[in-house]
Design a protein around this ligand. Structure first.
Ligand SMILES: Nc1ncnc2c1ncn2[C@@H]1O[C@H](COP(=O)(O)OP(=O)(O)O)[C@@H](O)[C@H]1O
Ligand SMILES: [Mg+2]
Length: 387
């Protein structure tokens, strides 16, 4: 889809073509093609060790790719040293100059290029990150979040085409991290520069990014808008790594119409064919997935009141935790151990306690189907705090 205006429109793109990195016999990043549209907020999401930093460092020029090319806009920068690339990087450890005040930290890039009148630009940058009042303080007098904003201002003042951020919020506590996520998103929207943000935190990636690429073992498993990835995961890894998914292994009973009808245990489940990425042939196996917040719990005594047409399975509550906005239930079902159900705390049925027999039911439209040859537990393990 090229046209005459394409080069201009795409001048800020990051394009990786067949880029890979091997260390001896170990492949950290498998040949990877990735396009980051200009002006977008792009997140590379994955567990520790999956190759995020390596990918980012290849964009920055800090790591030489084993194969492939890096283009920034129209320019092939693969052979350029880092300082000649129109990119800047913000790391988890903000590494500000401790002896310089905030103003001078931000002015650093300009001064190094011999620019004398820095006042206006530094002032604008400090306003952008809302630290105008702190200009004459030293880094150690600021909070972690403020220091990280200085690091962002210090990078942005060089007017990079692309800002690379490697777990920039990793050292902050949860509440501050949430605040900074919104803050970074605001800054990106305001400056309109392409941000490539690396994180192992799925909530962070979904909050901030226009597009999320989920990495696993040196490969991008899937990329898309956060809601699309969440609702339509194509692998169990993505389904489990982004939030929580329940899986039921089922057998295809009928696949003639718009819906796939499946047998699980003694019951039947319905899955829209358009949401089934596995080959649906009669007698074949499919992993039926459904998110915990899509499911309703009804006490077995009231099962008759459940409307027709909903997918339903039976089970017994094994555990429940009151979270405030929701109650999270673990339900053991003959078709699935440890089914997770999140119920909003609106009207709580006091009978829904551990030991209660229940029916779990949901709208078939909220069901997705995946290839049953995959490990249903892929991506489940808890990620360490530091990546
Ligand atoms: N210089 C290196 N030499 C050997 N192995 C490396 C080197 N740098 C990274 N690796 C390995 O490559 C893999 C990916 O690392 P990295 O890109 O840092 O992952 P992430 O940022 O996703 O945590 C890891 O298994 C890591 O141990
Ligand atoms: Mg890393």
């Amino acid at each position: 889809m090229t046209n005459a205006t394409a080069p201009k429109e795409h001048s800020g793109d990051v394009r990786l073509s067949g880029i890979s990195k091997t260390y001896g016999s170990f492949t950290a990043v498998h040949p990877l093609d990735l396009t980051v549209p200009q002006g977008s907020f792009f997140a590379l999401l994955g567990a520790s060790g999956c190759g995020k930093t390596t990918t980012l460092r290849m964009i920055a020029g800090l790591e030489e790719p084993s194969t492939g090319t890096v283009c920034l806009g129209e320019q092939d920068v693969t052979a350029l040293p880092p300082y000649k690339r129109p990119v800047n990087t913000v790391f988890q450890s903000y590494a500000l100059f401790p002896h310089l005040d905030i103003f001078e930290n931000v002015a650093f890039g300009l001064r190094r290029r011999g620019i004398k009148s820095v006042k206006q630009q530094v002032g604008d940058m400090l306003d952008l990150v809302q630290l105008g009042e702190q200009a004459r303080k030293k880094p150690h007098q600021l909070s972690g979040g403020q220091q990280q904003r200085v690091a962002v201002a210090r990078a942005l003042i060089n007017h990079p085409k692309v800002l690379l951020l490697d777990e920039p919020l990793g050292a902050l506590d949860l509440k501050l991290r949430r605040q900074m996520q919104l803050e970074l998103k605001r800054i990106q929207t305001e400056v309109g520069i392409t941000f490539v943000h690396v994180t192992h935190d799925q909530e962070e990636a979904m909050t901030m990014a226009d597009t999320v690429a989920v990495m696993n073992g040196g490969r991008v498993e899937q990329q898309g808008a956060p809601a699309d990835l969440y609702e339509n995961p194509r692998t169990t890894f993505v389904a489990n790594f982004l939030g929580t998914s329940n899986f039921i292994e089922a057998e295809v009973a009928e696949a003639g119409g718009d819906d796939v009808v499946l047998k699980a245990g003694g019951g039947k489940l319905t899955l829209p064919k358009a949401r089934c990425t596995a080959p649906a042939t009669t007698g074949g196996r499919v992993l039926v997935g459904v998110r915990p917040e899509k499911i309703s719990l009804t006490h077995a005594d009231d099962a008759g009141a459940i409307p027709d047409g909903r997918n339903r399975i039976t089970g017994r509550i094994a555990d429940s935790s009151f979270i405030g906005v929701s109650t999270q239930y673990v339900v053991n079902s003959p078709v699935c151990e440890a089914f997770e159900v999140y119920a909003q705390n609106i009207e709580r049925d006091p009978r829904l306690v551990p030991g209660a027999d229940v029916v779990l039911h949901w709208n078939p439209a909220h069901t997705f189907g995946l290839d049953a040859d995959q490990d249903a537990e892929a991506g489940v393990e808890k990620v360490e705090e530091d990546a």
